[in-house]
Design a binder for this molecule. Sequence first.
Ligand SMILES: Nc1ncnc2c1ncn2[C@@H]1O[C@H](COP(=O)(O)OP(=O)(O)OP(=O)(O)O)[C@@H](O)[C@H]1O
Length: 751
Amino acid sequence: MFDPSSFGTMAEIVGESPAFRCLQSLVERVAPTDHPLLVCGPTGSGKEVVARQVHARSRSPEQPFVDLNCGAIPENLIESELFGHARGAFTGATSQRPGYFQLVGRGTLFLDEIGELPLALQPRLLRVLETRTFRPIGSSESLRFEGRVVAATHRDLLAMVREGSFREDLYYRLAVFVIEVPGLDQRREDIPALVRHFAARQPRPLSFSAEALERLTRAAWPGHVRQLRNLIDRLGVLALSAQIGVEALEPFLAADGAARAGQDSLADALLALEGDDKLLVAENLLIDRALQRSGGNKSAAAQLLGVGRKVVERRLKSREARSHEAETLLEEGRQRVEAAEFRQAIPLLRRCLEKLPRRDDVRALQFEAYRLLGVSLRSVNGWLCAEACACYEAALKVGEGLCGSTELASMQFGIWSTQLMTLELGRARATAQDMLQRARDLGSPAALDEAHLAMVNTLFWLGDCAEALACLARGGLLQGGRGGEHNGLQGFDLSALALTFEGLAAFQLGAFAQARQALQRLLLRVGEDNPHAFNRALALQGAAWLACLFEDMEHLGPLATDLESLSEAHGFTFYRGIGQVFRGCHIGSLGTFDEAERFMLEGYRQHMLSHGGRLFHSFQAWQRGELLLRAGRPDDCERLLADALDMALEHQERAYLGELLATKARARWAQDDLDGAEQELRSALSTALALGSVSARIAAATQLARLLQQTRRPEQAAELLSRALRGVAPDAPSPGLARALRLLEELGTRP
Ligand SMILES: Nc1ncnc2c1ncn2[C@@H]1O[C@H](COP(=O)(O)OP(=O)(O)OP(=O)(O)O)[C@@H](O)[C@H]1O
């Protein structure tokens, strides 16, 4: 609602967990831009608090923060609330009334529950975002919208787009930056600080014993921070003493649980249980619980269940028969897997899982069945198979506390790598977070190094290079971990991966000397005699990638060829694809455009995309776009990059977002659309600033300065370029920086 008292106020925001820090670092970077934002997260997780924080850190915190809940206002009123109306616009409009687009001024319009915005109004909101103008109902005059829209939702908007209840074009307009607020279950480390924060706000400040805090940290919070805050508020009023121990807490937690244990939620919980036949699952649960409560006495259990003893006996018998059948199927499945007959193993293991009851005493069988099914599916369908990944996830869940932690950590690595390859970056980050936790509990340096690298790799693709470098530093993995072997649980050479991501992240952050050092170290590793083919491929990949960024064609050619042939010989399909893309980059630099394009297309489509892998798409699209520009095909380049941008936005893959935007802008320029190119270059520049990508900032600013120079605005060009280069160390410059410095001199300004 419009609340003038809320100008610039910011609720205190509490959180220190890695997931929360990630969120904060994104907020810091996007807040000072004027891009629309989409804040996602479960109900009660703190989306509005984050939106207020964005406002408080925006360029105009003194302007209003206007909050409209799209789900709470009747459909027929939303339009006039948003746009306002002229006098006499409709019956009852006795005077002119300004809408939120006007009232917000240069402030923030927070559209909560954007998923509830009626379909009919969605194109109108899109128009405002695109043209920055709007017309009140019944008025002939257009007004300018000068504020910024921050939308929030707890719904899966992309799923709504797919089913047609939310417009795709509006989604992409809003989702340039998506801020995902993690639920409390993904940041339990924050619970103690939140408890203390809410406790201190009570009229009678509360204090909690260590055990009570521990109990709260372990409890389930389906209503997230709001539910936790409500519980502390209730304790503040009703607890007998201000010192809260576990005994004082327990009744409140139980009441909280009971309050939500309505019949609907009970049924929902049963429906969410695993197994195809939910009725059978529910029946088993009831029988087991009744037997447990009656100490195994079947007559007493039958009484509790409200049936005769014979019924209980019959059900138990048929259950035993099913278990026996499941065991036989599992044994047959195992034999098939051992004989590498994976295709035949799959139906056996599927049937085994159908027959197994969901009971604690058969967890070991379930774990084994899921694990073997995962292995078989992966062997038949490749390691990006979603069902295989789901099997590993299920095995991980039932295997918790049952089998060796190292085995579980390996399984989690498999899940993470599939999520990363398929660009499910939000889920990959959550898995990497769990991996870190598990590795710490396990106390295994190899698992910890692996988990750190999983996080670094994910952060890089999410476009958070500063956090990626910080994570490498926290894991002691800068400069490849300096000395000592760094092999993960899977036996990979983690030092080569650490150097690769250090180099890539440093390059994006403008720390070119650090990036060059990483390249040198990788080149040394490539030169070493390495009997482990996969580890050699990792080092080749890193070196080739950095050589490509530094336009070091002398090294790139042989590195790319080696990577391609080594991967082909050993069946590393994905790396073969990467090798071909780099070869394309090298051949393109020699001016053989058609052949270069063929290599790039084949590498990406045949060896990556056709196996479901989408990682690397932005890099290859950027490089292919550059090639098309040089080949004089700007219209093809523009089309390619528009698609690549859609994909990047859909997956929140921001590693090369600024570069994609800048190259696309140049394609428009090459088609003589100077105005369009200028606008897009400005947007590329502000995106690069928001992402903290110095390389993309330099590229966009250099092109924009050239355009300004060409359109007779040399002073503006010099001013813009020297501002963009501020703070960038000129030593060991990247080719892009060297070009920018040359242009600056040409414009008569000293760097
Ligand atoms: N990180 C945090 N630090 C302190 N308080 C928080 C934090 N996150 C949420 N809260 C508090 O939790 C409550 C719920 O937060 P908020 O209203 O922002 O959630 P929401 O995700 O927008 O919920 P909904 O989806 O229902 O609109 C508020 O009282 C808010 O002050």
